[in-house]
Write a protein that binds this ligand. Structure first.
Ligand code: URA
Length: 198
């Protein structure tokens, strides 16, 4: 069993409202040595039903943007701030975010990726510990420490923002290009699979 498998949780009853609303716990997916990690807010209905992050409409937007820069979804790590679906797709509460923080931080420290891309306001504020105006700050890079490990966070719009407002697509896609460059994927430095030519 890999280190990342051991960090996947199968039991948790810390958040009573989420225990009631979830069908299952949704752990992060992707390789243990991913250079690029995407952090969302929490599972929605599709994710709760399939047990995998970003498999609904937002996931399609993310997959398409990754494909455009030649990256396969299978080659990046995708995870969330909270691992259980909040009722009625509400934002996770501060208490729920804090209850789940240890799982996320252990995952990020073990991965030690080149770049963590925060998808939307909730993960950006959660990891940076400050308020973030995502529309204005998309593409901003900031250093953080998690369990003593220095990590880089790249602020990005949530993919769903592009579904509500098509004019946001360019900003979203540009940030994904930036993330690929920062992770060294664009020039073939990383071990991640390029889809060019396929
Ligand atoms: N939105 C998120 O923030 N995370 C998911 O896994 C799906 C949609």
């Amino acid at each position: 069993m890999s280190e990342m498998d051991e960090l996947c949780i199968t039991e948790c009853t810390r958040c009573p409202a989420l225990v009631d609303s979830r069908s299952r716990i949704v752990n992060g997916t992707g390789p243990d040595d991913a250079d690029l990690v995407f952090v969302g807010e929490g599972p929605g209905a599709q994710e709760d039903s399939q047990g995998e992050p970003f498999v609904g409409r937002s996931g399609t937007v993310l997959d398409d943007a990754l494909r455009d820069v030649g990256i396969a979804r299978e080659d990046v790590r995708i995870t969330n701030c909270v691992r259980c679906r909040p009722p009625d797709n509400r934002d996770p509460t501060k208490d729920e975010l804090e209850s789940c923080r240890g799982y996320l931080e252990a995952e990020l420290a073990a991965l030690d990726p080149a770049v963590i891309v925060t998808l939307g306001k909730v993960p950006s504020e959660h990891l940076l510990g400050r308020s973030v105006a995502v529309t204005n700050e998309a593409g901003t890079l900031e250093d953080i420490r998690v369990d003593g490990t220095p990590l880089r966070v790249l602020i990005c719009l949530h993919p769903a923002a592009t579904l509500y407002d098509r004019s946001q697509s360019t900003t979203f896609e540009e940030t994904i290009v930036q993330a690929a460059d920062l992770a060294g994927v664009a020039d073939g430095e990383s071990g991640q699979t390029r889809l060019d030519g396929f």
